[in-house]
Design a protein around this ligand. Structure first.
Ligand SMILES: O=C(O)CCC(=O)C(=O)O
Length: 285
C-alpha cells in the first residue's frame, strides 16, 4: 500500500490580519523555503470584497474579461488583466506589447472594480510590505511609462479548475522586461479571495517541487494529478472571502480543484519576488 507522504515538507502559517506584524519575516522565510505559505485572514476589508464581487459580476466589466485558456477543457479561467505565465492560447506567455497594453489599463480597470475612492493597490503594498519587515513592496518598472500590472482578477466558473502546475516562469520572454536586481530563484504567488465558491475551488499544494526529477506526467505532458494525490504530501487551503494567501508557487506544484455549485470563484492576485539584496519586494501579475 502506498501513502501520500512523498516529497518536501509543507508548513503553512494561519494568522489574523491584526497579527500581521508578528510575522514580518514570513515572506523572506517562504522565499528561503523555510515555510511553504501564509494565510492572512480578513486581510481585505469586507466593504472592498463586497464592491469587488458586485462589480466583477456586473455589466460594466463584462467586456473586460478575457479567456487565456480558451479550448482547454475544464480549465477555462476568465481573467481581467494578463498574467506573465504560459496559457493555453499563448504557451510562451504574453507578448511585450500585449502585456504592456494591459498593464497601462490596470489602474482604470481596478477603479471600475473597487470604485474611485478605494486604494486597493496601496493596501496590497502595505500588507505584502508588512510581511517583509516593512520594506517597500511595489510593482517594478515595465517600460518608460508603466509598471508591471500589480495583479489580475480571476474567475473560475462552475466546473472549471486550474490544473496542477508551478509558477517558475522567469524563462518567458516578457521577463526580459524585469530588472536583473530581482531574485529569480523562486517566485511566490499571492491572492485574495473575493468570493469562495459553494463547493470545490480549493487551492491544493503538493510536496512535489517543479525542480524535482521524474515528476508524474500524463502522456499529454500535463502533470498527473491522480498520482500527485496518491503519492505526495499535500495541503488543502480553506480560503474565505477577504483572506490572503502567499505561498511558494515557484517550487511547489499546486492546483485549484473544480468549482462546484452555481457561483464563480473570484480571486485577485499575482506573483512576487525579492531583490537579491533583500531591500525591496516586487509584485506583478
Ligand atoms: O486562484 C488563483 O487566483 C490562483 C491560484 C494559483 O494557481 C496561484 O496562485 O498560483
Amino acid at each position: 500500500m502506498t501513502h501520500a507522504n512523498e516529497g518536501h515538507h509543507i508548513s503553512i502559517l494561519d494568522v489574523d490580519a491584526d497579527a500581521l506584524d508578528a510575522h514580518s519575516d514570513a515572506i523572506e522565510t517562504i522565499y528561503g523555503a523555510g515555510l511553504t505559505g501564509i494565510v492572512v485572514r480578513d486581510a481585505l476589508p469586507q466593504e472592498l470584497v463586497r464592491r469587488g464581487v458586485a462589480q466583477l459580476g456586473g455589466d460594466a466589466l463584462a467586456s473586460e474579461w478575457s479567456y487565456p485558456n480558451a479550448g482547454m477543457t475544464g480549465g477555462e479561467i476568465r481573467v481581467i488583466g494578463d498574467a506573465a505565465t504560459p496559457t493555453f492560447t499563448a504557451m510562451r506567455g504574453p507578448t511585450f506589447e500585449r502585456y504592456g497594453e494591459g498593464a497601462a489599463r490596470h489602474a482604470a480597470r481596478t477603479r471600475l472594480v473597487f470604485g474611485e475612492d478605494a486604494h486597493p493597490t496601496q493596501l496590497v503594498q502595505s500588507v505584502l510590505g508588512r510581511l517583509f519587515g516593512g520594506r517597500p513592496a511595489r510593482s517594478p518598472a515595465y517600460n518608460g511609462e508603466t509598471t508591471w500590472a500589480p495583479y489580475s482578477f480571476r474567475a473560475l466558473d462552475p466546473g472549471e479548475q486550474i490544473y496542477s502546475h508551478h509558477d517558475d516562469h522567469f524563462g518567458l520572454a516578457v521577463y526580459e522586461r524585469m530588472d536583473a536586481v530581482f531574485d529569480r530563484s523562486t517566485v511566490l504567488s499571492f491572492f485574495f479571495t473575493l468570493q469562495a465558491p459553494e463547493g470545490g475551488g480549493q487551492l491544493v499544494a503538493y510536496g512535489l517541487w517543479g525542480s524535482d526529477p521524474d515528476p508524474p506526467m500524463l502522456p499529454t505532458r500535463f502533470l498527473d494529478t491522480d498520482a500527485l494525490e496518491r503519492r505526495f504530501v499535500q495541503h488543502v487551503f480553506d480560503l474565505r472571502a477577504g483572506d490572503l494567501v502567499v505561498f511558494d508557487a515557484g517550487r511547489h506544484v499546486h492546483r485549484v480543484t473544480a468549482v462546484e455549485g452555481s457561483r464563480p470563484r473570484l480571486t485577485v492576485g499575482g506573483f512576487l519576488t525579492l531583490d537579491k539584496a533583500r531591500t525591496r519586494l516586487a509584485f506583478w501579475s
